[in-house]
Design a protein around this ligand. Structure first.
Ligand code: DGI
Ligand code: FE
Ligand code: FE
Ligand code: FE
Length: 188
């Protein structure tokens, strides 16, 4: 990675300290998973650095970006927690000069997943769940699964998120459900 320090400073300026620590954790976990599963470690680390770029941005700013880029109405009328991923995928292109489509997609789908996820997308999504600063019920199980089978780890992670959403009577975004079904169908 060229200008690693400059890139990290730019990322750090977008968020508060705790979110930045999480970001570094995701980058490190993504790098490790890439080594383990045969993806480009630099690419995975970079996607990790960038995945939550817009997480702490004001919702009005994110909404404007999504409207200007014609993102679907169900996203705009739905859960705002999903916006940072879709806005981030746009903003890293304009503000960080990211052109690699794989990295852009990994940022875009890190929260919802999608059917037919690439290896890089799976790595960033799992890294987001298991990075060392994360602590939630079931995280140890997902960390253990990630050492053996990336798809099992991802199904368990997304399945757990869907369960929590249902318990809290929150909407499940269709893409999240489609991602889950697709991954379950593909298990050995
Ligand atoms: O940004 P992070 O906190 O690191 O993690 P994330 O981007 O994976 O998830 C952000 C939030 O989005 C998390 O609280 C779970 C929530 N989420 C994920 N999928 C869905 C969802 N919320 C709703 N309502 N519907 C979903 O399908
Ligand atoms: Fe996120
Ligand atoms: Fe925040
Ligand atoms: Fe994250």
């Amino acid at each position: 990675l060229e200008n690693r320090e400059a890139l990290l400073e730019r990322v750090r300026a977008q968020m508060h300290e705790k979110r930045y620590r999480h970001t570094l954790g995701v980058a490190e976990s993504a790098r490790q998973l890439a080594v383990q599963y045969g993806e480009d470690p630099d690419k995975a680390e970079l996607a990790g650095f960038l995945h939550d770029y817009c997480k702490c941005w004001p919702v009005d700013v994110m909404r404007d970006i999504l409207i200007r880029h014609d993102l679907p109405e169900d996203l705009l009328s739905g859960e705002k927690e999903l916006w940072h991923a879709f806005a981030g995928a746009i903003v890293i292109q304009t503000e960080m000069n990211i052109t690699d489509p794989g990295i852009i997609q990994a940022v875009r789908y890190h929260t919802t997943g999608r059917p037919g996820m690439t290896l890089l997308e799976k790595i960033v999504c799992v890294a987001d769940y298991i990075e060392p600063n994360r602590d939630f019920p079931g995280v140890k199980k997902i960390r253990k699964l990630a050492e053996q089978d990336l798809n099992q780890a991802l199904v368990t992670a997304i399945g757990g998120t869907i369960q929590v959403l249902i318990e809290k009577k929150k909407t499940v975004y269709p893409l999240t459900l489609l991602a889950y079904n697709d991954l379950v169908s593909g298990l050995d």
